[in-house]
Structures are given as structure tokens and as C-alpha cells.
Design a protein around this ligand. Structure first.
Ligand code: BJ8
Length: 425
């Protein structure tokens, strides 16, 4: 990575601790990613993004701020980034996926909080992530109890706006969420000093739809047998989508997809065509959480789809682009976002239908039902998911884990037994 120490110091980061974090990443990335065989050549863009993870993009955000622009940090796929971009600001995902930040999170949160929340709060308090320093305002949401309370703690340190997400799919939820998007429009316009117009919102709706279409194309390539890209690489691309420049990301991902489609024509895969095809469903995997994909794929499986927020929930639905008034666009956004099926909704039958549909579309041989430790929402909904799947022919493995590596070998043993069982069917 080029020398960004002055930028990090100016952002008030703890450079000594940050060095420790930077020291660990190259080895972990080489071992997990660069050691993969037969990767697509166009993965070099994403390798570059990771190599420069605390440099290039933060420097772009800083340049935007120096020209008077604002940066908003977000934590959930229900936050309508369109509103932020429509005001000439930049949205960047902030969810923490590293064990490195968990201890700092635990200084203010109960230890039995999910690692995603602990790492997200810890990344801010630890002062070792430039994205958490650069964001002028954080946007939270009322999805789970742990997050709701975490916003109050973060608010002691950084301005935060909380979106009240309805947790029902009843028709009145669209009205409620539309009101919340309207409230966000007012706040963002006031904070940036830039009016949101039907033209600017229309443009940002197209911009983010374009990013979602690129991800849809990427995932469509994963339906092929043999699969032309590893699950690990696809996960990385989705993680990067949360904070890269959306137009550049779409362009680079389309370029990669062209290569993948050529591979499909040549029947060229990263794994043998006989590798068991696995879907992962459950809690999101924020960068750099690659643990379960790595265990599965170094044990002989091919992860072909993720029913996760770092997966299909992020991009499957597009926003209707035809509305020409702010009211029409806000309603279109509310309708689009409420199609996402997070376990914080009740009932959440749509997620189970998604799992069955994705299993068919991606021709999966087995499902890993993944839960981040202490996520009560997904752990509880897991009962309903497994019960629904028990009536199907698809084997399911339930895994509960955190960000540490302590249980890696134990999980590997269970994964190997699961894959053997699938192969012997
Ligand atoms: S839409 S999954 S990104 S809330 S894992 S913090 S739910 S205790 S991340 Fe999520 Fe939005 Fe839902 Fe997706 Fe809470 Fe569970 Fe932790 Fe979670």
C-alpha cells in the first residue's frame, strides 16, 4: 500500500494500533484469496481494492469532503443510499467484519452481543478504520435490539440518524417507510445544503440499479456448472460493493462478468463440476469475514449463492425508474426496500420462499444455515428455516460462529462430514 500515514494521522487514527491491523491483512488475504487456483484475471481489480483498502477509497472520500461534500456511513441494506447520492453526498457501508475490533466494542457493549455490532462499534472507538473516521454522519436503523442500543452509544461520539424500519410487510408499512424516506430526504438535504430534486433522485436510482444489475449478472454466472468463480471471490465483490464508487464498481464488475461468461462458454470452472454446490443463508458477512466460505471451499465444496445481506438480499430487487415526481420516487424506493426479507420482519415467510427458489435456480446440493453468535433474530428464525427445509431433499448444516478462528477446525470437521454425506447420496 502507498504511504497514507499523514492522511490517517489527520483523521485522528491510532497509528500504532492501525499498524497491527495492517500487518495482519496481507497474510490473511494471500492465504485465503491469492492462493486460489484458476481465478479470473479480472479479479485483479478487487485484489487491488483490498490491497489499498485503507488508502485509495478513503483518499477519494477525503477529496470529496475537501470540496465541501459529505460522507454518510451506513450499516444495513434497508438504508436507501439513493437519497444520499441524490444530495451529492457519498454513502459508504460501515459494518465491521473483523475480530480485531471486537475487544474495543466489548468495552461498552455486553460480551453477549453479536460480533457484527461489537466490531462496528469497536471500529469507531478503536480509531483504526479510516471509513469510520471519514463519515460525517452515521445512518442507523431499527432492525434488531442490539443495533438500536448501539446507535445510542455511538451517538455519544458521532452524529447519527436512525431510520425507523417497519417490521411487517402489511400494506401500511409502505406508507410508514415512505414517511421515513421523506424524513431522510429532509435531513440529508439540510446536512449537505443540497436540494434533492426528482432529477437528482432519478439519477441516483439509476446509478444504484446499475450496480445491482452488475451483481445480478455476476450471480447469474454462478448458476453454471462448473462454476466459473469461487464463492469466496463472489463474496468479496459483494462486500466491496458496499463502499466502492458505484459507477466504477458496476463497470469493473461488468468487465469481470464478460470474462466469466466466456469461461462458461468454454466450460471452464474454478472447481470440478462434481464439487457439491452449497448455498449459505443467514446473517451477513461484513468484510473481512471470509471464514465459512474459506472452510467450505478448502474442503471441496463450491459456494454458489448466498441468501444473505452480503448476497442476494442486497441486489435482487431493483427500484422502479419510471416515477418522475419525488413522491412517486419515494414510494418506489419504499416498495423496493420492503421486498428484502430480513429476520427482523414478522412474519418473514418470504425468506423461506427465497431459500427454496434460490436452491432451485442455483441447483444447490446442500445449505449452510449460518448464524453469528448472539444474533437472536436469525437463530430463532433458523428453527422455521430448518423445519421448512426438513420436508425437502436438501440437506442443511447449521453453524453458529463468531469472528475468531478458535472454532475453525471444529467447523471444518463438521463441514467435511456434511460434504461427505452429500457426496454419498
Ligand atoms: S437487513 S440482516 S444488514 S439488520 S447479525 S446486527 S440482525 S444481531 S446485520 Fe442485518 Fe439489516 Fe437485517 Fe441485513 Fe442484529 Fe443479527 Fe447482529 Fe445483524
Amino acid at each position: 500500500m502507498a504511504d497514507y500515514r499523514q492522511m490517517w494521522a489527520d483523521l485522528g487514527m491510532n497509528l500504532e494500533r492501525h499498524d497491527l491491523l495492517c500487518d495482519a491483512l496481507p497474510d490473511a488475504y494471500t492465504e485465503t484469496y491469492l492462493s486460489q487456483k484458476n481465478r479470473a484475471a479480472n479479479m485483479d481489480y478487487y485484489d487491488f481494492v483490498v490491497a489499498e483498502i485503507h488508502g485509495v477509497r478513503p483518499a477519494e472520500l477525503l477529496a470529496h469532503k475537501q470540496q465541501g461534500g459529505k460522507v454518510f456511513g451506513t450499516f444495513c441494506v434497508y438504508v436507501p443510499d439513493e437519497v444520499i447520492f441524490a444530495a451529492g453526498a457519498i454513502a459508504t457501508g460501515l459494518c465491521g467484519g473483523s475480530q480485531f475490533w471486537v475487544p474495543a466494542g466489548e468495552t461498552v457493549l455486553p460480551a453477549n452481543t453479536c460480533p457484527l455490532i461489537k466490531a462496528s462499534v469497536g471500529a469507531r472507538l478503536d480509531r483504526t478504520c479510516p471509513f469510520f473516521r471519514l463519515a460525517d454522519m452515521f445512518i442507523g436503523e431499527t432492525t434488531c435490539d442490539g443495533k438500536k442500543k448501539a446507535w445510542e452509544i455511538l451517538a455519544e461520539d458521532v452524529p447519527i440518524h436512525v431510520i425507523d424500519l417497519p417490521q411487517t410487510k402489511q400494506t401500511y408499512a409502505v406508507e410508514h417507510f415512505s414517511a421515513e424516506i421523506r424524513r431522510l430526504c429532509r435531513l440529508v438535504a439540510e446536512f449537505t445544503g443540497n436540494e434533492i430534486t426528482p432529477e437528482s433522485l432519478g439519477e441516483s436510482i439509476k446509478l444504484l440499479n446499475c450496480k445491482r444489475r452488475a451483481l445480478q449478472r455476476l450471480y447469474a454466472a454462478r448458476k453454471a456448472r462448473p462454476v466459473p468463480i469461487s464463492g469466496k471471490d463472489a463474496l468479496l465483490i459483494t462486500q466491496i460493493a458496499f463502499y466502492d464508487d458505484p459507477a466504477r464498481f458496476s463497470q469493473m464488475t461488468d468487465k469481470l462478468c464478460t470474462e466469466l461468461e466466456d469461461r462458461i462458454t468454454r466450460q471452464e470452472g474454478v472447481f470440478p463440476a462434481t464439487a457439491p454446490r452449497i448455498m449459505i443463508t443467514g446473517t451477513p458477512m461484513a468484510i473481512p469475514n471470509w471464514k465459512i466460505h474459506d472452510i467450505l471451499e478448502t474442503s471441496g465444496a463450491a459456494v454458489v449463492v448466498e441468501e444473505l445481506c452480503t448476497g442476494t438480499r442486497y441486489f435482487e430487487h431493483l427500484t422502479d425508474e419510471t416515477a418522475t415526481t419525488l413522491e412517486g420516487q419515494i414510494k418506489a424506493l419504499a416498495e423496493r426496500y420492503l421486498k428484502t426479507n430480513c429476520a427482523c420482519f414478522t412474519p418473514n415467510q418470504g425468506r423461506i420462499e427465497d431459500i427454496f427458489r434460490l436452491a432451485r435456480e442455483y441447483r444447490v446440493d446442500g445449505i449452510v444455515d449460518l448464524n453469528l453468535q448472539f444474533c437472536g433474530l436469525y437463530a430463532t428464525e433458523g428453527y422455521l428455516v430448518r423445519k421448512a427445509l426438513s420436508g425437502s431433499q436438501i440437506p442443511v448444516l447449521h453453524i453458529e460462529t463468531d469472528y475468531s478462528t478458535q472454532d475453525t477446525e471444529q467447523i471444518r470437521t463438521r463441514v467435511q462430514a456434511f460434504l461427505e454425506m452429500i457426496s454419498s447420496r
